[in-house]
Design a protein around this ligand. Sequence first.
Ligand code: GTP
Length: 585
Amino acid sequence: YPPERVRNFSIIAHVDHGKSTLADRLLELTGTIQKGHGQPQYLDKLQVERERGITVKAQTATMFYRHTTASLDSDAPRYLLNLIDTPGHVDFSYEVSRSLAACQGALLVVDAAQGVQAQTIANFYLAFESNLSIIPVINKIDQPTADPDNVKDQLKRLFDIDPSEALLTSAKTGKGLEQVLPAVIERIPSPPGKCDSPVRMLLLDSYYDEYKGVICHVAVVDGALRKGDKIASASTGRAYEVLDVGIMHPELTPTGVLYTGQVGYVISGMRSTKEARIGDTLHQAKSTVEPLPGFKPAKHMVFSGLYPADGSDFEALSHAIEKLTCNDASVSVTKETSNALGMGFRCGFLGLLHMDVFHQRLEQEYGAQVISTIPTVPYIFEYGDGSKVQVENPAALASNPGKRVVACWEPTVIATIIIPSEYVGPVIMLCSERRGEQLEYTFIDAQRALLKYRLPLKEIIVDFYNELKGITSGYATFDYEDSEYQQSDLVKMDILLNGQPVDAMATIVHNQKAQRVGRELVEKLKKFIESLSAMRKNVLAKCYGGDITRKKKLLEKQKEGKKRMKRVGSVDIPQEAFHELLKVS
Ligand code: GTP
C-alpha cells in the first residue's frame, strides 16, 4: 500500500456520544472483526474500561477497505485504513493529542440529541490545532429526541463547519454508516512522508507483554521498516534489531514490513517500557535523522499517597505499581514514608479519574489492597529568604517551618461548562463558592448556555463534577484545560488524633475555608471511628448456639477488616475513612 492508499484517522467525541460503538461498526463493516462477536466495543480492552464504559487507553486497528465510487466496480482500489481510538475524558486529553499526532483526519462524533458538549469543544480544538481534516458525524439519529438540524447549527456557529459536510448516522441501527469510510478516503489526505528516505517513525505507545516483551506502536513517517532492520532511539541512542513487525488487524498480525505512512507494531527486544519513550523518534541505526516533534510530556496535576492496607504488603504493592506503570507511563511514582501509614508511594496523575482508574486497576488486576491519601495539587510556597518549594505532599510541608511564608501559588484551570439555560443560576453559585472567576457567558443555541470559568484546580479535583451533575439533573457537561498559577491565601491544615497529627491526613486549604473544612473532616472522622467500634462489638452478636465454624468465619471476616485499618496513636482508622474524607476537603 503506497501512502496514497493509506488513511490515518481518529474518532473524537464527548464521552458517550458513541465513539466506541461507531469504531466497532467500522471494524465489522470491513470484516476486521466478526459481527456480533459477543464482546461489544472491541477497542475498549481494559476491564475498567468495560466496567465504566469509558476508554482510557487509546488503541489502534488497521482495516482494509475497497473504495467503490461507481456502484459495482470490482477493480476498485483497496485502501488501508488505520483507526486510532481515543479516550473521551478530560483526564486523558494527553492520550488524545498523542493519537492525533499520527493522524491526518478525525471523525468528530456528536450525539444528535445532546448536541455539542464540553469535550466536543476541547477535542475539536485539539484536532484543529493539529491541522487535521475534520469530518463531522452526527450520531444516534435513531433517538426520538434527535435534532440533527440543531446540531448542524451549533457546528456552524461554534466551529464554522459547513452544515452540508455533516454525515448523519446511527451506530446502533447502522443507518448512514455506509457514507463514513468513503468520506474518510475522499476528505482526509494521505500521510505525507518520503518513501525512499531512511526509516523514521514516531513511537505512539508501548506496553509490556509477558511472552513477547515490549511492544511498540509506531507511525512510520518516512521510509520502510523491515524485519531484521537495525533501528535506534533518537532520545537514548540505543540500537535494536527489529524482531517482528506488523499491523494491528485488530490483533498483532505480522507483515514483515511497514511502509511510509503506515501505523503498526514493532518488537525489538527492548527490556522495559522505560526504553520505549512515548513521543520518541525511532530511526535507521547509524543514520543521522532529525527527530520528529515529540509530544508534550504528561503534566501531573493530582498527587496522592498510595500505601499497602497491610504494612507487610509493601513489596507486593511495589511490584504491582511497577508492573502497572509499565503500561501507563503517565503516572509518576516516588517512594515516601508516613508515620501513620508506613512505607508507600507518592504518585502523580493527570487528573482525578486517572487516579481512580489507576487505583482500581491495582486492586483488580494485581489484587493489591491500597489506602490512598487525600489528593492534592502541586502548590508553590515562597519563603522570606526568596526560596521556593513545590509541595506535592502537604505532610512534607513543615507545620512550623522556622521561616516566614511570603506567598503561595496554586494551579488553576479554565473550565468550560455547557448547561441547559435554566441551570445557569445554580452553576454560577457553585463556581463562585469554589472560588471561580467568570470569563465567559454565552448561548450556543436557544436552550443551552456556555460558561467559562477560571477555577483553582484543587476546587475541581474533589467532588466538583458530581456536585455539578447533581445540581443540573445530570445535564451539565464539563471540561477543563490547565492554566497558569495564581497567588492564593493558603494554609496547611493538620488533623490531630489523640493529640497526634496524622500526617496522611494533612491538607492545604484556602484560609477562608479552613474552619469549615476542618470541622467537616473531624466530624466525619469521628463518625467513622464510632461506627467502627460499634461494629466490632456486634460481630458475634448474631451468632447463636455453638456453631464454631460460623463463629470462625465471622472472626476471619473481622480480621480481614482489620487488615484494612491503620493504627494511629491509639486509634484504628478504617481504610474507608480515608476514601470518605477526600470528599469534604
Ligand atoms: P467513551 O468511550 O466513554 O468515550 O464513550 P463512547 O463515545 O465510546 O460511547 P459508546 O460507544 O460507549 O456509546 C455510549 C452509549 O451510546 C452506549 O450505550 C451505546 O450503545 C449507545 N449508542 C452508541 N451509538 C448509538 C446510536 O447510534 N444510537 C443509539 N440510540 N445509541 C447509541
